[in-house]
Design a protein around this ligand. Structure first.
Ligand code: URA
Length: 421
């Protein structure tokens, strides 16, 4: 077998065998296949796709490149994943909420790259929060608190780490089989048999079209089935940012506003939905019974208490969240209804403030970000404050012009497009 023949096969739209896929992953991990050869194969996959069988094999092969976590001695375990978006802090809310209902949430989260934030960066904005726990400690926390969230342990799906870094710089991220195998190999390795995936769709997401999101969801559900996992996918809107804050400590603050003060809005609605599906899977309840429990714990304050317990258990000091030196207001120059907030533009602006990484070794400024002061369909007058920038540096070269103001209201905003299971 050799890599050039395999690249040519995929270039000619032929199906790769299980042995060929295993050969590629194994030899790449031993450095017997070079980055430029894998890049070429990845591009052929982006252009010509993979059959479902090839995608299942690629998932298994990547999974077998590293260690797996065994959570079989914990009952009612559930995990969640989001394909990534702007202002997506759902894990910070959903984790404690689901744990407060009696399910065990075992979550490993990665850092963000580019304009999409990473949950682990948000958690690390809490002073002294420990995200690099040993496996034993992770398991102990899940058992005792019901929720733990850590960086992936060292040797989990190393093939994905290596391939994802390459995809990021070779224009090969946007491929349904590559995304499905990347996500599912990590989720299978993380050990939970129940999984809820928030597939983000829209301008601020990796997947722009609903048909692609549907295909991706169905594929991940099938991969889950083959690995004895129950997977539910929610296809949700990422045209506008989720909630009102973008930036690490600002997003933790918004999570607190929601858990403690029950701030209403689309972020809260999405968290209730995700949590209801997670509790339903983990505790084997009907969706309606699960939702009743979730709403009860959300409004009684039990979920907020669980959040504080989780942060404390991992060493975090929630009352010492960092704050930026300066606040700057961006005001409207127009009058009318707010009909769009460009998620991508604000994600990029927050990254440029220092809240995200342009390349993977960049250091993050946890205190900076953007607070959106208006909601879709609000009536805006000239000089109304549209957003507040939290910054430690000059902002004159950053583009915050992300608001569309129109004569008529927007009438077709949908938060959740579909639920697939
Ligand atoms: N998230 C992942 O983990 N992998 C992808 O390929 C895309 C999003």
């Amino acid at each position: 077998m050799n890599i050039v023949d395999i690249i040519n096969k995929k270039k000619n739209r032929e199906e790769l065998t299980t042995e060929e896929i295993n050969y590629v992953i194994e030899e790449y991990m031993k450095d017997n296949i070079q980055d430029y050869q894998i890049s070429s194969l990845l591009m052929a996959i982006v252009l010509n796709g993979m059959t479902d069988r090839e995608t299942f094999d690629l998932t298994t092969s990547m999974l077998n490149s590293g260690d797996k976590l065994d959570l079989s001695d914990i009952d009612n375990v559930v995990d969640k994943h989001s394909t990534g978006g702007i202002g997506d802090k759902t894990t910070l809310i959903v984790g404690p909420l689901v744990a407060s209902c009696g399910a065990k949430v075992a979550k490993m989260s990665g850092p963000g790259l580019g304009y999409t934030g990473g949950t682990i960066d948000k958690l690390e904005s809490i002073p002294n929060f420990k995200s690099a726990l040993k496996e034993e400690e992770f398991i102990k926390n899940i058992k005792e608190v019901g929720f733990s969230d850590i960086r992936p342990t060292k040797n989990m799906v190393p093939a994905d780490k290596k391939i994802y870094a390459l995809r990021d710089v070779t224009g090969t991220v946007e491929s349904i089989p590559l995304i499905a195998s990347s996500i599912m190999s990590k989720k299978i390795a993380s050990g939970s048999k129940n999984l809820v995936i928030d597939v983000k769709v829209g301008k601020g997401a990796l997947i722009k079209k609903i048909e692609d999101a549907r295909t991706l969801a169905k594929l991940m559900i099938e991969i889950g089935k083959k690995n004895n996992m129950k997977v539910v996918c929610l296809l949700t809107n990422m045209d506008i940012p989720l909630g009102s804050n973008i930036g690490n400590s600002l997003e933790v603050e918004e999570a607190i506003d929601i858990l403690k003060d029950h701030k209403p809005g689309s972020l809260t609605d999405l968290c209730i939905e995700l949590s209801s599906h997670m509790v339903s899977l983990a505790l084997k309840l009907t969706y309606d019974d699960a939702k009743r429990k979730v709403l009860e714990n959300f409004y009684s304050g039990k979920a907020y208490k669980k959040f504080l317990e989780f942060v404390k258990k991992q060493g975090g000091e929630i009352d010492k969240l960092p704050e930026s030196k300066y606040l700057c207001e961006v005001k409207s120059t127009k009058e009318g209804y707010l009909t769009n907030i460009d998620a991508l533009k604000l994600g990029i602006a927050s990254m440029k403030l220092g809240g995200g990484r342009i390349s993977k070794d960049d250091k993050i400024d946890y205190s900076v970000g953007i607070e959106i002061n208006k909601n879709i369909n609000d009536y805006i007058k000239v000089n109304d404050i549209l957003l507040t920038v939290h910054t430690n540096k000059e902002i004159k070269d950053i583009d915050f012009d992300a608001f569309t103001i129109s004569k008529k209201t927007k009438d077709n905003y949908k938060l959740i497009y579909e639920i697939i299971n």
